[in-house]
Design a protein. Structure first.
Ligand code: NAD
Length: 471
């Protein structure tokens, strides 16, 4: 309601400017400082003290597994879930100001974070892990700064590990608030420490130390490869890396699809959250005979999208995370424009790091060498007889995160779903989202190691299995 929003708005202003530092079991230095920036308008909203090498050493030395019965850990994580829900207003204001999230995205993100806490707490009680690995480093991305950050930590803690949590450098304010609530619920400081700072410095140090028993990572495929290499050099040979990484995700719209529905689902899949979802649609294949009419309809739906302040309820699409991200995406679009392949781009507000949703013509997924993490949709057409070739090319990308299909041919749903090598298939709907507990999420190949997050097997990699090992 308007009253509720006004209250939230007031709270947002009360909360800033903010100062955060690492939450470590020992002294924390305030030597190195960087600003926190609101991507929607460029305003500085806070001050972040990043961890020095001495802070990192203090955290590593203090880190301790959470050695209490599983039922006690579960009760504390469930209490944290309740605290998260009570803190909804603060989380929404932080998510909107620090990460540029629209209100709809904020609501979905808090829901997912709370679901992760409750699901892993209950799942741990059922599976009763008796041998935690030790200390887990959890490294998270900025695009789900609350949900993914919390999910990784909750899984490691539920299984009795100690955690060193390294949030993305763009979103430490959100992470610090989450960790404070977990501590308030009863997680000991030495079992959960927050270490803030840049990936190549702090992240690298926390993934190349023999005191760390395993790493849970979500972020780009390139960073996952770097971490795997560092772990191989410095950590135990059997130390697990649980990685959830990028994707070049495709959707096929055939000539039997319902065009209006498909155009709306394509728009949401490619442009919601400014395309900053690992699951987002990057490469659309439209059957040749419907392509001209379908693309006109799609352009019309793109024009309806409202870009602006993420805090306004009517806003569909907010900014991209920062100036560096905007430059990478803008350069990609400019190159396509210079080559005559830019079919459409929506106008953007003049302030902040916005990128107008863009439609770019390509021949096929093989033209995309890397994930462009923003509101850019590449579109190719295909002939009815070439469907198998299209699927082979999609599989040939090496990634395998999400795939979408719009068709009214039932047998095609079955055959195509069986042929694509991806973690999550979406049929006649948008390609967004997963539901913790009932729709586990995760990719194959270059997109991740498994097991799927929010699924019944996820916790298995966070503890060793003494019975199996002794067989
Ligand atoms: P990123 O790889 O740049 O950074 C992710 C994290 O890794 C950050 O905390 C960063 O500080 C840290 N990091 C960077 N270099 C490091 C190093 N050398 N050692 C240790 N840590 C290091 O990714 P990003 O830009 O924050 O996030 C976007 C990416 O995440 C996209 O590729 C997206 O597809 C992917 N993602 C995947 C999933 C999934 O579930 N599969 C979910 C969300 C995001």
């Amino acid at each position: 309601s308007r009253t509720e929003l006004a209250r939230l708005d007031q709270q947002r202003h009360l909360e800033t400017p903010l100062t955060v530092q690492s939450l470590i079991d020992g002294n924390v230095s305030t030597d190195e400082e960087i600003p926190a920036v609101n991507p929607a308008n460029g305003e500085i909203i806070g001050k972040i003290y990043t961890a020095t090498p001495a802070d990192i050493e203090t955290a590593l030395a203090a880190a301790h597994p959470w050695a209490v019965p599983v039922s006690e850990r579960a009760d504390i994580l469930l209490a944290a879930a309740d605290l998260y829900e009570e803190a909804a207003a603060t989380f929404f204001s932080l998510l909107a100001t620090e990460a540029g999230k629209t209100i709809a995205d904020c609501v979905g993100e808090l829901r997912e974070a709370v679901d992760f806490l409750r699901y892993y707490a209950r799942n741990a009680v059922v599976t009763n892990p008796i041998a935690p690995m030790g200390i887990f480093t959890c490294i998270s991305p900025w695009n789900f700064p609350l949900a993914i950050f919390t999910g990784q930590i909750a899984a490691a803690l539920a299984t009795g590990n100690g955690v060193l949590a390294k949030p993305a450098e763009q979103t430490p304010l959100i992470a610090a608030h989450a960790v404070k609530l977990l501590h308030r619920a009863g997680v000991p400081l030495n079992a959960l420490q927050l270490v803030i700072g840049a990936g190549p410095k702090v992240g690298a140090a926390l993934t190349s130390d023999p005191r760390v028993a395993g790493v849970s990572f979500t972020g780009s495929t390139a960073t996952a490869k770097r971490i795997r290499k560092a772990m191989a050099e410095h950590m135990a040979p059997d130390a697990p890396l649980i990685a959830e990484t990028g994707g070049i995700n495709a959707m096929i719209v055939d000539s039997t699809a319902l065009p209006e529905q498909a155009a709306r689902d394509v728009t949401a899949s490619a442009f919601q959250s400014a395309g900053q979802r690992c699951s987002a649609l990057r490469c659309l294949y439209v059957q040749e005979d419907i392509a001209p009419a379908f693309l006109e309809m799609l352009k019309g739906v793109m024009d309806e999208q409202l870009l602006g302040d993420p805090w306004h309820l009517e806003t569909d699409i907010g900014p991209v995370i920062d100036a560096a991200a905007k430059k990478t995406i803008d350069d990609h679009i400019a190159k396509a424009a210079a080559e005559g392949r830019l079919l459409k781009q929506v106008n953007v507000p003049s302030r902040g790091t916005f990128v107008g949703p863009a439609l770019i013509r390509i021949n096929g997924i093989e033209d995309l060498q890397q994930e462009i993490f923003g509101p850019v949709l590449h579109v190719a057409t295909y002939k009815a007889d070439d469907l198998d070739k299209v699927i082979a090319n999609i599989n040939g990308s090496g990634y395998g995160l999400t795939f979408g299909l719009h068709t009214r041919i039932t047998s095609r749903v079955e055959t195509v779903s069986a042929q694509v090598d991806v973690g999550n298939v979406y049929v006649n709907r948008n390609q967004i989202g997963a539901i913790v507990g009932s729709q586990p999420f995760g990719g194959e190949g270059l997109s991740g190691t498994g097991p799927k997050a929010g699924g019944p097997h996820y916790l298995s990699r966070f503890h060793s299995h003494p019975l199996e090992a002794s067989l």
